[in-house]
Design a protein around this ligand. Structure first.
Ligand SMILES: [Zn+2]
Length: 150
């Protein structure tokens, strides 16, 4: 485990498989996590002044991972030319499912909205029931927003 910023470690933001991959390839973590993603997470952390949890719970809150892990978790996959492909931003780009300690998902979502342009956040999903917010860095002109109903 190593720190990637003041408040976050690689283990919190990346899946075990991705960390293993980075080690095997002997490449720095920054190959997988862009600075601007970490800056956005730090922004949320500092704004609320409370711990921000990523990668907590199984298949629920997550950081970035490999495509195989997305497929294994049955996250947004499609069949393309007979091959299973995941469209999840967690493996396609950068995406984080976060919970801020003591703060509702709704409030966290509102704040992320205000910083979206600054960090290039293109997707925002709010799950009030399970109390987490998904945000990602997809390249879209207008922010894609949704509410989880499950
Ligand atoms: Zn997510």
């Amino acid at each position: 485990m190593s720190k990637v910023s003041k408040h976050f470690t690689d283990k919190e933001l990346m899946s075990p498989m991705l960390i293993k991959m980075a080690k095997e390839r002997n490449v720095p973590i920054s190959w997988y996590i862009l600075n601007i993603w970490i800056e956005a997470l730090e922004d949320v952390r500092i704004h609320f002044g409370k711990p921000v949890y990523v990668n907590k719970g199984i298949n629920l809150r997550r950081g970035i991972c490999t495509e195989q892990e997305c497929i294994d978790a049955k996250r947004k996959f499609v069949l393309a030319n007979g091959e299973i492909v995941s469209l999840s931003q967690h493996c396609r780009n950068g995406a984080f499912d976060i919970t801020v300690k003591g703060i509702s998902a709704f409030e966290v979502g509102l704040y992320i909205h205000t910083i979206a342009d600054k960090y290039g956040i293109g997707g925002l999903g709010i799950d009030s029931k399970r109390n987490f917010v998904h945000f990602d860095f997809r390249n879209s002109k207008e922010m894609v927003e949704w509410k989880y109903t499950a």
